[in-house]
Design a binder for this molecule. Structure first.
Ligand code: GLN
Length: 242
């Protein structure tokens, strides 16, 4: 943390905020406040410069055209790579995840460069869109409980040597490249296809981001009753084929 307050940056809410991904910012903010932290949340629209002094950056999903516009602006801005160089944590979802990779296929059917912050690249799936609930078991290094979320994407993401899969799917497609993996991560940069919002369904992931920002191994306990109810409801709905 730069000072006594946790600086949380929500990147481009005007372009990248599908399926309630804004909830990720609310959950990190809430989980941090529950631990007595002073949180400064900064929403950065796409016509504003990305600050380089944030502690945690959150990026959501988006439709294909806003995704291209966001990638163009993030490349031109260069604040996000500089923030990562400064040790910032980045957690990205779906379109945001694809933008953090080397390239993706844009709404014009062309290869669009990403930021290269994750060693992944995305192509357009030839088959049906990946739509539906996902269950996945996280990389054991991260020590997270079963991940739950829902996916809705045409893109297929391929992982290079420079990242680890975030998780292995047990239900759903995730990266969709035939490897059975979901998302990717390296050091402080994370990408996932999961919406939900994913941090509302998986508060342990929000806590992981806060722990990384504080550079601590544990946080004081905080009530998870509401999250536990949501998790149980969604996990059982998947079991019943919902
Ligand atoms: N446009 C991207 C795709 O379909 C991402 C979609 C999303 O963010 N929901 O792959």
């Amino acid at each position: 943390m730069s000072d006594s307050s946790l600086r949380l940056v929500w990147v481009y809410p005007d372009l990248l905020s599908t399926y309630g991904d804004r909830g990720n910012a609310l959950v990190v903010e809430r989980r941090a406040r529950q631990r007595g932290l002073n949180v400064q949340r900064i929403d950065i629209r796409s016509d504003q410069p990305i600050p380089t002094s944030g502690d945690i950056y959150l990026i959501g999903g988006g439709e294909d055209r806003p995704q291209r516009l966001a990638a163009e602006r993030l490349r031109a801005d260069s604040g996000l790579p500089r923030a990562v160089d400064n040790g910032a944590i980045v957690f990205s979802v779906c379109a945001g995840y694809q933008i953090l990779g080397h390239e993706f296929i844009n709404d014009l059917g062309e290869r669009e460069p990403g930021l290269g912050l994750l060693d992944v690249w995305s192509t357009r799936g030839e088959g049906a869109r990946s739509v539906g609930d996902v269950l996945a078991e996280s990389d054991p290094v991260l020590g997270l409980p079963t991940l739950t979320g829902f996916e809705n994407h045409q893109g297929v993401t391929h992982l290079g040597q420079g990242v680890s899969p975030l998780a292995q799917v047990t239900v759903g497609n995730g990266n969709g490249d035939g490897s059975g993996t979901e998302g990717a991560w390296r050091d402080t940069v994370f990408g996932t296809y999961l919406h939900g919002p994913v941090l509302a369904r998986n508060p342990a992931v929000a806590d992981m981001l806060i722990k990384l920002a504080l550079d601590v191994n544990a946080l004081p306990a905080a009530d998870t009753t509401w999250y536990d109810a949501l998790r149980a409801e969604r996990i059982s709905a998947v079991g019943q084929g919902a």
